[in-house]
Ligand binder design. Structure first.
Ligand SMILES: Cc1cc2nc3c(=O)[nH]c(=O)nc-3n(C[C@H](O)[C@H](O)[C@H](O)COP(=O)(O)OP(=O)(O)OC[C@H]3O[C@@H](n4cnc5c(N)ncnc54)[C@H](O)[C@@H]3O)c2cc1C
Length: 380
């Protein structure tokens, strides 16, 4: 018998996060979208309310959340403001290679640091010439004595310039190419870490994306995560865990846009009646509600598959991210369409939700790349 009923602790977590989203995130969504500034006050508040570092083990200062529970949290963050939500979730993205590959001593050291500082970490895979093609990474970290020396160039790194440390992927042996890809924890204030610029962008503007140059950055051996050459697998295994989070952010954003448009339409009188009496509008709302429900079920299934170690977990997380973010783009666009002129204006947040939705189709692997992952799996 399949049971979709949440456990009591999961309902409590969902309600606590929804309350945080309504009370702290939503009222500040427009402000940070306009400022395009990292929302430090909200991050600190999330820390004080126990909503940061969810998947980190309880004994190390986190909540020990499963991927399913993390998806519940991310949906509420998405409903609050995807731009602010990604600041919180990108921290989890950066910590995931450590959750998967770090020693107990490293987990204690790095999770301890981030929690002590009430800070955020960043995840640095992408380079100017290596976006979808991760195997094209050129950054190098070469062992010299008891230190690696890092040189390279990364871009689009979420939380980059405001982070305490960066989980950087670089080649330990350029002759072996991507087979030598290795993950390192690099303090953002280490000599040789240079911020080129933060990105100016269309949506999710509360979050910061940084371009970095690394010039002879010395990394102690004890900051290497896993063995040399495990980086590619760690990067892919990270996405297997975190893509359900992107799907959930998209669902929360779409849910909020749908609710806004539905409530608006019920009160908008044209031709002597609320516009919801027209099938052109009510069918759109019916499709939106159906698609949000379908995306949530797919995401919950993907998260369950991960938590219960099903072989289908990687394919399902790619499906959840693909369907969830495509659905998010469509539903937020339809919300603007239903609200027409008012939807397009900045008097409502649906125009922001539409801008925010687009990015979920791009980061953590574009939706073309999700189709490659799914295609490989179904054709195996
Ligand atoms: C706001 C933002 C935040 C980000 N945050 C991070 C972060 O925190 N850390 C990080 O490391 N990276 C981050 N990224 C990078 C992001 O993951 C990449 O932008 C994404 O993987 C695509 O790479 P690209 O932009 O270089 O596009 P490209 O790889 O150049 O792709 C261009 C187009 O070609 C398509 N394409 C490429 N290869 C194929 C293929 N084999 N089959 C079919 N289509 C293909 C793509 O889908 C896309 O449409 C972020 C990006 C943005 C915009």
């Amino acid at each position: 018998m399949v049971d979709f009923t949440l456990e009591k602790s999961q309902i409590e977590l969902q309600e606590k996060t929804r309350d945080f989203a309504n009370r702290v995130m939503k009222p500040n969504a427009r402000k940070y979208d306009g400022l395009a500034e990292f929302p430090w006050d909200i991050v600190k508040q999330a820390y004080s309310e126990g909503l940061m570092n969810g998947p980190v083990a309880k004994e190390l200062g986190g909540n020990g959340s499963s991927i399913f529970e993390s998806a519940l949290v991310s949906e509420e963050f998405g409903a609050g403001c995807v731009g602010i939500g990604i600041c919180l979730d990108a921290n989890t993205l950066a910590l995931t290679p450590l959750l998967l590959g770090a020693s107990d001593e490293q987990k204690k050291r790095f999770f301890g640091q981030i929690i002590e500082e009430k800070g955020v970490a960043a995840y640095a895979l992408t380079e100017p010439n290596a976006g979808s093609d991760v195997a094209g990474i050129k950054s190098q970290a070469i062992l010299k004595g008891d230190k690696y020396v890092l040189n390279g160039h990364k871009r689009f790194i979420t939380n980059g310039s405001v982070s305490s440390f960066i989980t950087v992927f670089a080649l330990a042996d350029p002759n072996r190419g991507a087979r030598s890809l290795t993950a390192f924890v690099v303090p953002t204030n280490a000599p040789g870490v240079k911020v080129v610029a933060d990105m100016s962008k269309m949506g999710q503007r509360a979050s910061v994306q940084t371009e970095f140059i690394f010039e002879d950055v010395e990394i102690p051996v004890e900051n290497r995560i896993g063995a040399e050459g495990q980086g590619f697998l760690l990067a892919m295994k990270t996405f297997e865990r975190t893509r359900t989070g992107v799907a959930a952010l998209s669902i929360g954003n779409a849910r909020e846009a749908y609710e806004t448009a539905k409530n608006w339409a019920k009160n908008r009188i044209q031709f002597g009646a609320p516009v919801t009496v027209h099938q052109g509008v009510s069918f759109m709302l019916a499709d939106m509600a159906t698609e949000i429900e379908a995306a949530r079920l797919l995401t919950w299934n993907a998260a369950w598959a991960y938590d219960t170690k099903q072989k289908t977990a990687n394919m399902l997380s790619a499906m959840a991210k693909l369907y969830g973010s495509d659905m998010g783009m469509k539903v937020t666009t339809d919300a603007v369409q239903i609200m027409a002129g008012e939807g397009y204006s900045t008097d409502y947040l649906v125009e922001k939700m539409m801008r925010d939705a687009k990015l979920c189709q791009i980061y953590e692997g574009t939706n073309q790349i999700q189709r490659l992952v799914i295609g490989k799996s179904v054709l195996k």
